[in-house]
Design a protein around this ligand. Structure first.
Ligand code: HPA
Length: 259
């Protein structure tokens, strides 16, 4: 089963024939919402709106552990996470759909591991996203004619405030191409559970100081709304391309990771 985490503006998936809405409780608390389970292109998918429905959970308050754990409980082996981001790089204009390949984590005080008990585990995170899942999304982009930026570093900030112009300049010097508030710790939590994970980021605005204009949540919402049809098409095609069984390293994430 493939899991989809919907971000700001993507609260449901049209075209999904919902068979079940599953409420899951986890040892870490409650996920953002029920998991809507159904079928698209003959593939079983489970959809979760990250911010709840209606949008009521701020990025720094999301129970990322419960969300990822819940996916595993219902049998999800792969997660595609959709996020709104600000564009830092020149070519990251609003409307661009990005498939990040690297992450810089600037979040703080988020519960970011399942291993804070007795067991000492350090998962390898050199490549934070699943190669196989990214490849399927890239192929889906080619098949549908939806342009994707395939290489980009996602810098995750804590929020909820937006950045200063100087912060964005510094992030640019660090090599970041897009900035968002929700990419982490989702990606590393999925790795800790050996779940394949890929992110699809939609550039909804120029990051702070790039355009000289004030940033608004309206442009974030409108930016996501403008990309929704493309996202749905891209996801539907991705589901039908993704190989049935996993051939990537993600399923071995815990091998040689325990002290
Ligand atoms: N900064 C941080 N998070 C965001 C932005 C941004 O400019 N746009 C959408 N999410």
């Amino acid at each position: 089963m493939i899991g989809i985490i919907g971000g700001s503006g993507l609260y449901e998936m049209e075209g999904i024939v919902i068979k079940e809405a599953k409420k899951i409780s986890t040892p870490y608390g409650d996920p953002s919402d029920v998991y809507r389970i159904g079928e698209i292109s003959g593939i079983e998918v489970a959809f979760l709106p990250r911010h709840g429905y209606p949008h009521s959970i701020a990025p720094h308050k999301i129970n990322y552990r419960a969300n990822i754990w819940g996916f595993r409980e219902i049998g999800v082996e792969r997660i595609i996470s959709v996020n709104a981001v600000g564009g830092i790089g020149r070519e990251m204009v609003p409307g661009t759909i990005v498939l990040p390949d690297q992450i810089i984590d600037m979040t703080e005080s988020r519960k970011s591991t399942f291993y804070d008990g007795e067991e000492i585990v350090h998962v390898d995170f050199t490549e934070p996203y699943c190669y196989e899942l990214r490849s399927a999304i890239i192929s889906a982009g080619e098949k549908t004619g939806i342009a994707l930026k395939q290489k980009a570093t996602y810098i995750c900030v804590n929020g909820p405030r937006l950045e200063t112009a100087a912060e964005i300049k510094a992030f640019s010097l660090l090599g970041a191409d897009v900035v968002g508030m929700t990419g982490m710790p989702e990606a590393s939590l999925a790795r800790e559970l050996a779940i394949c994970f890929a992110g699809i980021a939609v550039v909804t605005n120029y990051a702070a100081g790039i355009s000289g204009k004030k940033l608004t949540t309206t442009e974030v919402k409108e930016g996501m709304a403008g990309a929704t049809e493309k996202l749905k098409l891209l996801l539907r095609e991705t589901f039908s391309i993704t190989p049935h069984s996993r051939n990537c390293a993600c399923k071995e994430a815990l091998k040689d990771a325990k002290m």
